[in-house]
Ligand binder design. Structure first.
Ligand SMILES: [Zn+2]
Length: 448
């Protein structure tokens, strides 16, 4: 049994009252057991480690509800392209060239970046193959994740290495669900992950809708990301993507769609009514010039909203602080300086992200009884001063940087502390990423 006491921290709890407290926080095994002012603890068991947190801000761990760990190796390798070209000319050929070793290197590199930057939970979309390897890495380094292999059984420009038979895609997904759903003390969960509307047949999507319902797991896909995608879908299927997925049985609180850039007022109302989640990916949407998602309108309508970096191939970071800052800046540019408060943005990156994953009973806020998923930020830096409690959310969104993260705890386990990622040899991780990328590029069917 491990008992860790964080002493005298400034806690941004994100609890229902959104309390900000100067307090002690006690962790036993995988749970927060007590949040109390110094000297008021009723806890009598022996504490294994006491950490002086008086210079720290402690938050619930950040939740990114759209990540592609399989693309971390492709960082800076698919520049200045719009979405469909980016996919067809670069990302799909790269993904098709993955083998188990390159997938492991890609996942490990991404996990290292996420842990060092204070992200404790991700919703991850894999490539078509080797998702066992991704789960294996997630299990090893301690990140909490909902994830699944991506499903592709049709589509223009899909390389043969990624194109699956419908039945195989479903069967492999079910097998991964059996192997990993609920694994690692419940830290890993499965999600069906059809790639997007243009790369999946109707029969695949209908089956996914039914299976996810029967198995009680999530569905994660891309939706309404670009105008081009909406146009092609409208021509081919007579639907826009939110309606199309709904027609396929893919809507509801167990569904989380990345992007939602192109949604109109009617679709926003539908998403809110269905309780379907949307992940805002402002960095990816800006870099691929997809547009600015109507976050303010979605928020006002009551759509469940999370935040995510998407992949390193289009962002090119997996940095929640960069996403939070950009989310705020873009809405202000569009709607004026009062739009989207910093508190709202921190909510999207914590408790609301947990809601998108239907995991808010255990994560997303610092409360006794919840999982011990937290991030500590060291405030001793010129860019973080002066510190005022009343502006704490602005401090987090606009001033703090991911490099200020000094400790990341997940499920009660310290996964990152002062540059160390568990027992990972970080130098070896970087060297493996470099080497595996070179080998992958050699295999990739790139046409220029
Ligand atoms: Zn994506």
């Amino acid at each position: 049994m491990a008992i860790v006491l964080f002493k005298n921290a400034l806690l941004v709890t994100m609890n229902p009252g959104r309390e900000v407290l100067r307090s002690d926080l006690l962790v036993r095994d995988d749970r927060i057991v007590e949040i109390n002012r110094a000297g008021q603890s009723k806890f009598i068991e022996k504490i294994n480690r006491t950490i002086d947190a008086s210079r720290w801000l402690i938050l619930p761990g950040f939740i990114q509800t759209h990540i592609h760990l399989c693309q971390t190796l492709f960082r800076n390798q698919a520049e200045d392209l719009t979405l469909l070209d980016w996919l067809r000319r670069r990302i799909w050929p790269f993904e098709a060239a993955h083998d188990a070793a390159s997938m492991r290197a890609s996942a490990r590199l991404g996990i290292a970046e996420l842990l060092a930057g204070g992200t404790t939970t991700i919703l991850d979309m894999g490539s078509v193959h080797h998702y066992d390897v991704v789960f294996d890495e997630l299990e090893k380094w301690g990140l909490r994740a909902v994830g699944g292999k991506c499903m592709i059984d049709t589509g223009d420009g899909v390389p043969p290495g990624l194109l699956e038979k419908t039945a195989n895609s479903l069967q492999e997904s079910q097998q991964l669900y059996k192997n990993w759903h609920g694994a690692a003390n419940g830290r890993l969960r499965y999600a069906f992950a059809p790639r997007f509307s243009l790369s999946c047949t109707e029969s695949l999507l209908r089956e996914v809708g039914t299976m996810a319902h029967d198995l009680g797991c999530m569905i994660h896909t891309h939706a309404a990301e670009t105008a081009a995608e909406e146009e092609i879908l409208l021509q081919e299927k007579k639907y826009r993507s939110i309606d199309f997925f709904r027609e396929m049985g893919i809507a509801g609180s167990h569904c989380c769609f990345a992007h939602g850039v192109q949604v109109n007022a009617r679709e926003i109302a539908t998403l809110a009514q269905d309780r379907t989640g949307i992940t805002h990916c402002p960095g990816s949407n800006a870099k691929l010039a997809s547009g600015i998602a109507p976050i303010l309108k979605m928020r006002q309508a009551g759509v469940r909203l999370g935040l995510g970096a998407d992949g390193a191939a289009c962002n090119n970071r997996l940095d929640i602080f960069a996403e939070m800052r950009l989310a705020g800046l873009l809405q202000k540019l569009q709607h004026g300086a009062t739009a989207l408060s910093a508190q709202t943005i921190v909510e999207m990156a914590t408790i609301d992200g947990a809601r998108c994953l239907n995991w808010d009973d255990e994560i997303g806020s610092l409360e006794a009884g919840k999982k011990a998923d937290l991030v500590a930020i060291n405030l001793d830096a010129p860019h973080a001063y002066p510190l005022h409690r009343e502006n704490i959310y602005a401090q987090i969104v606009y001033a703090v940087k991911s490099s200020d993260v000094c400790l990341t705890m997940i499920d009660g386990r310290i996964c990152y502390e002062n540059g160390e990622i568990g027992n990972m040899d970080v130098k070896a991780t970087l060297a493996a990423a470099e080497m595996e990328w070179k080998k992958l590029l050699h295999r990739a069917p790139i046409k220029g």
